[in-house]
Design a protein around this ligand. Sequence first.
Ligand SMILES: [Zn+2]
Length: 152
Amino acid sequence: MHCPFCRHDGSRVVDSRTAEDGTSIRRRRECQQCGRRFTTLETASLSVRKRSGVVEPFSRDKVVVGVRRACQGRPVSDDQLAFLAHKVEEAIRAGGQALVDSHDVGLAILGPLRELDQIAYLRFASVYSSFDSLEDFERAIAELRRAEVVSS
Ligand SMILES: [Zn+2]
């Protein structure tokens, strides 16, 4: 972290504040050489461990791609998908961990997707939770019906 005034690379943090959405930290720093102050914005990194063990940075685009497949033929817009991915990222970041399993990402998708489109939710859940019988679908549908009764 170089001072923007004198390029010195030693600075002292005088104040730090987490952004409201929890995705970045704003730090007020003071250069140890020239004494001037500047602000840095640091984005907290978030990584996902895939089932294969490979670790890669969390990507909203990947969430969108995965969910879009389940939304084929459904009245779901790109904006809604982008918003869903945003909610998923917020939910995961709220957990405060820098590394999560891809399984956790799937779990975080289920809730917002259920609110967005029930058919897409069933498709996604059937693949994600590896439904292998009609009973699995029946159970998921019964849960959706119960949720509808509660919310109406
Ligand atoms: Zn300086």
